[in-house]
Design a protein around this ligand. Structure first.
Ligand code: HEC
Length: 158
């Protein structure tokens, strides 16, 4: 039994250098595409912002609205052109105004205004999708929590 264990350890240690092959010295940079930015960075923030607003958690809604606005700005800086269209200009005409309306609604802690501004944001998202040849990507207000590990209700004293 003990001998078999030693044999096993020897096999593993001999095999290890083969398994742990060195990564290439100069790996190509991993570049995010617009679909990656949307899927990984824009969509979860849009969703969390919606859930926070529905829960009346204004502190978190403000935090996430900033993050969403920030990722739009950083996306435009990193990928200035989408199939010949200027990303910064498209952001300006589609979601800039709804994001400003959301800011005002959150500051005023106005649930009704938040709902309307969030709806306008959805329309902004969708008008950019349609305008870039992606009408199959349709955004709407969330109606169920997709983050079961995060509580969106306001913490005490908020
Ligand atoms: C300025 C233009 C623009 C705006 C504004 C925009 N998108 Fe997009 N979005 C795109 C483009 C372009 C694609 C398609 C990318 C591709 O596949 O080449 C896309 C794709 C997506 C996808 C599909 C990604 C996938 O792989 O499933 C989601 C989800 C998405 N957007 C969410 C949003 C949400 C939510 C908003 C609003 C908060 C938004 N987008 C606003 C341009 C925009």
């Amino acid at each position: 039994m003990f001998r078999r264990l030693i044999a096993l350890c020897l096999t593993v240690s001999l095999a290890a250098p083969v398994l742990a092959a060195d990564p290439p010295a100069d790996p190509p940079p991993f570049r995010l595409l617009t679909s990656d930015v949307m899927n990984a960075l824009v969509q979860p923030r849009h969703l969390k912002l919606g859930l926070a607003g529905q829960a009346g958690n204004w502190a978190f809604a403000d935090y996430e609205r900033r993050n969403l606005q920030g990722i739009f700005r950083r996306w435009a800086a990193a990928i200035p052109d989408y199939q010949g269209q200027k990303v910064a200009d498209m952001i300006q005409v589609t979601v800039a105004e709804p994001l400003a309306q959301l800011d005002a609604a959150i500051k005023a802690q106005d649930a009704k205004a938040f709902k309307a501004a969030y709806q306008a944001l959805n329309e902004g998202c969708n008008s950019c999708h349609a305008g870039t040849g992606n009408p199959q990507v349709v955004i709407r207000s969330p109606d169920a929590g997709a983050f079961p590990d995060q509580d969106f209700t306001p913490p005490p004293g908020n």
